[in-house]
Ligand binder design. Structure first.
Ligand code: AHR
Length: 534
């Protein structure tokens, strides 16, 4: 084994010297082995970026049962609750250390009129959720309910303003209502039972303004953005961080125009990227998929790195100081709705495949935190790639939840840049049809160092069949003891259900050893391993 590792070390050094790390063609050409072998080299000497905890942000839209039923059941519900928030979900989200929660949408935000959601509940008008299945909502979850939830979770609120169908005055007054100490809006807030203003840092000025948020052209939206944000004031030292509606996937023109015309008026520009097979027709089942579909998913989710790089290249041209942040405020998997659920509610199950999408995407965000300051997975409960699924009084935590839990040690830790030398696989670039190939690295990895010196390394072996023996050079880190957790499964489509909630769940992991300045980890196939080194 030692000879084997030495040979790999040599190959690693030669490839690094020739700047061929990503190529890894040599590895692919080697004789087939019962397990893969990978090398990781950490670069503590280059560590100069903190991973903002907001990279672990969540998103709660008025969509299906995300808010009503998922987070909120109302004070009179039989489901155990605290002031209307269900207790089981509240505790699960506290355990997750949610740093920031985006609300009320999404597409919903551009049809939401905040005044409908304040005051005595019996006086609040009902509304039709036109974007999402035409469901009628009673507005019992509004501004107070959202901001109080953020206080309970000790997270930052991120409020999306209505630019699509709202007015400048409505937007300006909402900010005043939430954050002013005094004045007419503060008086109204006080009448509604909240004396002190809330602290609201993040505001989104429109959402997907190129689509559901108004079908605008970027030139028009850039002007509208400049106008709306002018009247969003920072009251009483509550400094607003203003986020412009950004591109969907590869709409580089949108980013170009916004950066050209409005960059001086924004703190952040958003980006939405979904791991989705296409916007029309079937997106594929969340639970019933082929091996090929699985590998396509891994490739598609990793393509977010290329997408981010393209947008950041434009941002760098206009803003080389990196003053404007890129906010990936919607990301995750998007599959067909679960059979038998309400159309338009985007309720989907969540398997170990989704867990890998979460881990690999977080790995990418960690790399670019000089520009990316926030990311919000869509969504927190019962919608798309959820953390939590609920049904009446039952709650289940998804494989994605567990990735966020295992990874939350990286929040506010210093990123450790790394090189990974691993085997790759050619995978289909487009789901269900020919259309080129992508090269998929079979090992995902990220690492950080906490303030107390503890090093955390997270490894994803996306190979469905082969284990991966990973060697990590620990030189210069001053750590020599390791402990770990593993998230794995028998089949890649394994999931947690209300009947069997613990099928995919983290467990203790022992197959990692430190010796002579090297960490050697045997990562089973289809596994995500989180290691702590002291
Ligand atoms: O997350 C679901 C929807 O996806 C959001 O409402 C919208 O912004 C995006 O298209």
């Amino acid at each position: 084994m030692r000879i084997f590792v030495a040979v790999f070390n040599l190959i690693f050094d030669i490839m690094k010297a020739r700047k061929l790390i990503a190529g890894a063609a040599l590895m692919a050409a080697m004789p087939l082995m019962a397990q893969e072998t990978s090398q990781i080299r950490l670069h503590p000497e280059q560590a100069n970026q903190v991973i903002p905890k907001e990279i672990y942000g969540q998103f709660a839209e008025h969509l299906g049962t995300c808010i009503y039923g998922g987070l909120w059941v109302g004070e009179d519900s039989k489901i155990p609750n605290t002031d209307g928030y269900r207790n089981d979900v509240l505790q699960a989200l506290k355990d997750l250390k949610v740093p920031v929660l985006r609300w009320p949408g999404g597409c919903f935000a551009d049809e939401y009129h905040w005044r409908d959601g304040i005051g005595p509940k019996e006086n609040r008008p009902r509304m039709v959720n036109n974007n999402w299945g035409g469901t009628v909502e009673d507005n019992s979850f509004g501004t107070h309910e959202f901001l109080n939830l953020c206080e309970l979770l000790e997270c930052e609120p991120y409020v999306s303003m209505n630019v699509g169908s709202g007015t400048v005055q409505e937007t300006a007054q909402w900010v005043e209502y939430m954050t002013a100490e005094d004045g007419p809006m503060a008086k109204l807030r006080k009448q509604n039972g909240r004396e002190k203003p809330w602290k609201v840092k993040y505001i989104g000025v429109g959402n997907e303004s190129w689509g559901c948020g108004g079908n605008m052209r970027p030139e028009y939206y850039a002007d509208l953005y400049r106008r709306y944000q002018t009247y969003c004031r920072s009251y009483n030292g509550n400094e607003l961080f203003k986020i412009a509606s950004g591109s969907g996937e590869y709409d580089l023109h949108w980013t170009e125009v916004l950066m050209d015309r409005a960059r001086n008026f924004m703190n952040g520009l958003s980006l939405h990227y979904y791991t989705v097979a296409g916007w029309t027709g079937s997106k594929g089942s969340a639970t019933d998929f082929s091996t090929e579909d699985y590998y396509w998913t891994m490739g598609k989710c990793l393509d977010i790195e290329n997408c981010i790089l393209e947008h950041m290249r434009i941002m760098d041209e206009y803003d080389p100081q990196k003053r404007v942040a890129l906010m990936v405020d919607e990301w995750g998997t998007w599959w067909d709705e679960e059979p038998g659920t309400i159309k338009g509610h985007l309720y989907q199950q969540n398997t170990m495949r989704d867990a890998f999408v979460a881990a690999l995407s977080l790995n990418v965000f960690h790399k670019y935190t000089d520009r990316i300051k926030m990311a919000n997975i869509a969504q927190v409960a019962n919608v798309l790639q959820s953390m939590i699924l609920t049904k009446d009084d039952k709650m289940v935590l998804t494989p994605t939840y567990y990735v966020f839990q295992m990874y939350n040690v990286h929040q506010d830790a210093t990123y450790l840049p790394l090189d990974v030398l691993c085997a790759t696989k050619q995978v289909r670039a487009q789901m269900g049809r020919d259309g080129g190939q992508r090269t998929l690295p079979l090992l995902g990895a990220t690492a950080s160092r906490a303030k107390d010196g503890t090093v955390h390394i997270s490894l994803s072996n996306v190979d469905l069949e082969k284990a991966n023996e990973v060697t990590v050079d620990l030189a210069g880190l001053g750590v020599n003891a390791v402990s770990g957790q593993i998230l794995t499964c028998k089949q890649i489509s394994d999931k947690n259900t209300f009947e069997q909630p613990d099928v995919v769940k983290p467990a203790g992991f022992k197959d990692a050893k430190v010796s002579k300045g090297k960490l050697v980890v045997k990562v089973p196939p289809m596994s995500i391993v989180a290691l702590e080194l002291k």
